[in-house]
Write a protein that binds this ligand. Structure first.
Ligand SMILES: [Zn+2]
Length: 60
């Protein structure tokens, strides 16, 4: 499974890491790399926001 991409929040560069990266190989920014969200992560996040909104609406 080769779905572990890293994403640079600085320049938006996405890549599959071959080793441990501390800085973006494209722009060289340190500490800007996060795991690129998979489509399942995005679905989970949207579902979470929806449930959070529902809770807020129920408390009005
Ligand atoms: Zn970058």
């Amino acid at each position: 499974m080769e779905d572990k991409k890293l994403y640079c929040t600085e320049c938006g560069y996405k890549f599959v890491p071959r080793s441990k990266h501390k800085r973006c190989p494209y722009c060289g920014k340190e500490g800007s790399l996060i795991k690129a969200p998979t489509s399942q992560d995005i679905i989970d996040e949207v579902a979470f926001e929806d449930s959070e909104r529902l809770v807020k609406e129920n408390f009005k």
